[in-house]
Ligand binder design. Sequence first.
Ligand code: UDX
Ligand code: UDX
Length: 458
Amino acid sequence: MNKLTHILCIGAGYVGGPTMAMIAKKCPDRKVTVVDINEARIAAWQGPDLPFYEPGLREVVDATLGRNLFFSTDIPAAVAEADVVFVAVNTPTKTFGQGAGRAADLQYWEKTAREIQSYATHDLIVVEKSTLPVRTATAMKRVLESGDSRHHFEVLSNPEFLAEGTAIADLEAPDRVLVGSAETPAGLAAREAVVDIYASWVPRERILTTNVWSSELSKLAANAFLAQRISSANALTELCEKTGADVTEVSRAIGADSRIGPKFLKAGVGFGGSCFKKDILNLVYLCEQQGLSRAADYWRAVVEMNEHQETRFVGTMLKAMFNTVAGKRIALLGYAFKADTSDTRETPAKVVADLLAEERAELVVCDPHALENARKELAPHGGRVSFEPDPYKAVEGADAVAVLTDWRQFAALDWARVYALMRKPAFLFDGRNFLPHRALFDLGFHVYPIGKPPMSHF
Ligand code: UDX
Ligand code: UDX
């Protein structure tokens, strides 16, 4: 087995950056280079402010940058010296043409394959890190070996399962690492060489090997299953609100069954993030392409349930506040799609903010790390939306507070002070179901949790 001493990653995003920093940390004897077409992003990785907020990332980058971790925009030079190329460019949902709104947009992917082909100076292992439709590896191999290509390219799949906010812990001690390859002698040798990178710190029994197609599909399936659990919990919330059951108690009771397990059963305003919706729609599209309409409908319902939960949240707010929020001041606590990240891709908070702005509410958005993104995304609403890092200032004079991200800072607020600062009646909508509802009710709030009956003083 040839040791892969020069590791290259194309795409310095949420996946490529942290993953390569961890490989550099754990493999001091290998050189890790990350390239990207975005110069500002490459500069940020080497500067005082990393491109995004991720707990623990700073320390890993500081320990490795310039030692054996390098960032660059010189793609030709980096490809020329690489033994293995991880590809982590983005694969967003297509917004045009066939499959628009469902299929993955593979244009950056193919462009990257062509770049690798033209700059390669020797045989290469190419590893899919991005989430991709099943059988993309075949297309990739065809592009790589087209024309007068002189080199052999072995295409592997090694999907990344890290979650934002816990990326460093996930990379440090992953539940599993998955490496899929062709089951040919060359494929198996490449697989072993990639496994060897991870074996520097991940116990061998946690490194799973499969064929390429299983690996590609496993990534889509893992995200679809996780999202499906959340949508299942959310699908019980309306029934709970109407019957007096409490979805938190139901989730605890269900999750205590070791066959089900307790994780990803937390009901809320809906799931966000760059992956869940995109990957499920991609799965839906793949099923449709194979004529599997029942399977497509099944998975599509997971996304539809999520969209319903987001709009229903605003419906609850409207109904509670006497069917009008026009001119009312509403503080949105949290804009990131989950706690411990500045990422706002597909955040339910955007849907909520858009719908409330349409109702002509005056919004104040507060988030410890995501205000910069919020400003950009909510700019079309003009003066109707303002931004305030201090939660106490955000709630001043507000008719309602809607908690949309489960930041610990919000649970730790002095809620009596919040109540005192607000206009009365003071409404509280807990989109993350993580505040002490009874205590807040006792303070005077009209409390609207998700998945349990509202607690109103009227
Ligand atoms: C990743 C995966 O790529 C995606 O498939 C997965 O489903 C989610 O995570 P992520 O790292 O979150 O995406 O994306 P992003 O932060 O947008 O990073 C991708 C990077 O690739 C960007 O910095 C972009 O500039 C770069 N890129 C894109 C290139 O370097 N070359 C290109 O041709 C296109
Ligand atoms: C997800 C997968 O977890 C990860 O393995 C994959 O590599 C990328 O996609 P991520 O999107 O970063 O990671 O975050 P995740 O923790 O999965 O949360 C996704 C969304 O679901 C968030 O909006 C979160 O608030 C929500 N969620 C999560 C719930 O609403 N309830 C839960 O019980 C868990």
